[in-house]
Design a protein around this ligand. Sequence first.
Ligand SMILES: *Cc1c(COP(=O)(O)O)cnc(C)c1O
Length: 847
Amino acid sequence: MATPLTDQEKRRQISLRGIPDLENVHELIKGFNRHLHFTLVKDRNIATPRDYYFALAHTVRDHLVGRWIRTQQFYYEADPKRVYYLSLEFYMGRTLQNTMVNLGVQNTCDEAMYQLGLDIEELEEIEEDAGLGNGGLGRLAACFLDSMATLGLAAYGYGIRYEYGIFNQKIRDGWQVEEADDWLRHGNPWEKARPEYMLPVHFYGRVEDTKEGSKWVDTQVVLAMPFDTPIPGYQNNTVNTMRLWSARAPNDFNLRDFNVGDYIQAVLDRNVAENISRVLYPNDNFFEGKELRLKQEYFVVAATLQDIIRRFKTTKKGVPGRSSFENFPDKVAIQLNDTHPAMAIPELMRIFVDIEKLDWDEAWDLTRRTFAYTNHTVLPEALERWPVRLMETLLPRHLQIIYQINQKHLDNIAALFPDDMDRLRAMSLIEEDGEKRVNMAHLCIVGSHAVNGVAQIHSNIVKTQVFRNFSELEPEKFQNKTNGITPRRWLLVCNTGLVDIIAEMIGEDFVTNLSELKKLNDFVDDKHFLQNIMKVKQENKLKFGQYLEAEYRVKINQASIFDVHVKRIHEYKRQVLNCLHIIYLYNKIRMNPAAPFTPRTVIIGGKAAPGYHMAKMIIKLITSVANVVNNDPIVGDRLKVIFLENYRVSLAEKVIPATDLSEQISTAGTEASGTGNMKFMLNGALTIGTMDGANVEMAEEAGEENLFIFGMRVEDVQALDEEGYDAMLYYKKLPALKQVMDQITSGYFCPKNPHQFKDLTDMLFNHDRFKVFADFEDYVKCQERVSKLFQNPMEWTKMVVRNIAATGKFSSDRTITEYAREIWNVEPSNLKIPPPSEPLHVDHLTS
Ligand SMILES: *Cc1c(COP(=O)(O)O)cnc(C)c1O
């Protein structure tokens, strides 16, 4: 049994957020005042809270600059293999607090702001989220950047600097309304524009066949301007770069050929080019084949590959000749975050073959050894299949290259499987039934040396079902890399209370080695420790409860279960199942108001894609049920329902530490991994969930008895599919379900418009792809077990501790270490950057 820390050791905890010595505080205040004066051009008489936020942000940024320059210098000198993470989304959230924590200056900043009479938490709240993502996929990219920097990898994130990120969600009359996310309005102190590294990206045009090979000519050019954001590792002096491209029209745009003369119109038309980086497409797990989106996908790819090749050619070890592309895959690894940047594959082939004049087979070998592809979903509506007609107009040379890749790919299959037309059709990069389309997942699989799913169960489905033909062809290519989250943002930054009591027991190594948390198992019977865990949860609930009371004007019962379901609104995530349970609980109270009842505050939040009718209807159902339940005097404070508006990274950081019960209830086989599930587990919530995505591995790590697992397994879902799912069967068999559905259908929750939810109820009865009714009974029973355990705080808290202790696997540090070793062929942490106070010697660089 591990012993609690001595007082001496306890004091060391403070280093988690840095040691505020007087000199540092003084220096910080000086920097702050200097920025307020010279950067913001304000004095303290007229400065606004936003000015103070910017002054602090610039002061903290100053601490990054030296380390950033040196890290990049270091990479240039040592020339390690570079890792490039290509993604159409980086859901970064806020930067200030994360930067202070990773640099170890939070306590210094706290003290400095205190001495200035400013509330640092209030300043932190002024920062806009960088909402350049939709949900899990974009947030994963952000967690990976943190882990890659912390592990000392020479890594870069490449993406688009959207002028408008994910929309802001307002709820009006119970419906979702979208507002533009003008996140750059007040400027972004964390980015540095690099107009001197602007690069051209070509579109449209035609292909000319010449003696020297194919030429892509008569194109229209858009410029890509890079904006760099520093990515600090956790207290290791490493600062990597996220480079986001912004579209700029060339200055002669529309002023050359036919438009000469209409100068004003030509200037106005610059918008057409610059629209490429205007706005993030707000779909999660859904493919919408819009031309502008294809332009975005190629734009990031074309600019990024030019940058990668420039960096490859200009290492200190001299400019290599053409032949040295031989070692390109030894110096460059490119990870494709889903198929969104898939055009990188034909683009690299075009550069190698048309520009660098490599022969096709060598180019193809190098390309495949460079790329790896991560699959994020098996939902058919999410798989990208671009119409050939669109690609032919926008990227004619790339389409030719894809056809040539396909020809060789199909020849290869035909040789191995003679006379198997069905197999050829199924594996082709080009779908010929209906409108001709390019299957981007097939392109990624053939163009990569590794293909991975994001949780074990998902990787198995990828390998044995969705891409079975491909895994039969090249079984060794298919891998699993279970997702993870960064413990810096998702524990250290968002839950200081919990961090302190953990560090008190086991020290602070868990920050960079999350498996250390298993030492907490030694304390599951330590009353004092359990009471501390309860106390921290109560404090977090109180703080969040106050926020809710202010925002939603409802009275929150602090003793209730905070039952939280936050994630994108989607049929497969089954917010409807949760909603049916709420109505069931409501009926239970109403039928027997005197019976004992474990109070609950059900909190549901998430954005619906603006074009997703059913998802918007689900929000309206939740808000309508909330209206009835929250205003029923019989219910009192036993049941409250809150639809949490505008769920985003900064709101996740508030709600997750205050959660008792985490809802992870997707239909088995539909959620690739989930990462929200991991954030809750790490912050001391218990999970009610299906055997889907990473829930399976969470149960494996913590023991199934320490989660509330219910419902169909993947095999059950598939068996039910084969016999035919009949929703009516459950409706007839389960009186409680019948009552709930009859209430929705009859307009109980929407008396002004009783047929409001017809499309939703029709879906549930007649074409529910996600089988909500089939899991209803088991879900309700499982929730009863939850309520029962919550009555016993000690037993509940023991289970919480067993969960926290089992989260080690779900650190993105573990995930990135596996990518590094098993896909990128680089070793974490073999580069050690000395602190800014020490000189940089080349001999530090290897070892
Ligand atoms: C982690 C996260 C997600 C992903 O949540 P899932 O439950 O895995 O879908 C979505 N949105 C935000 C803001 C997140 O932080």
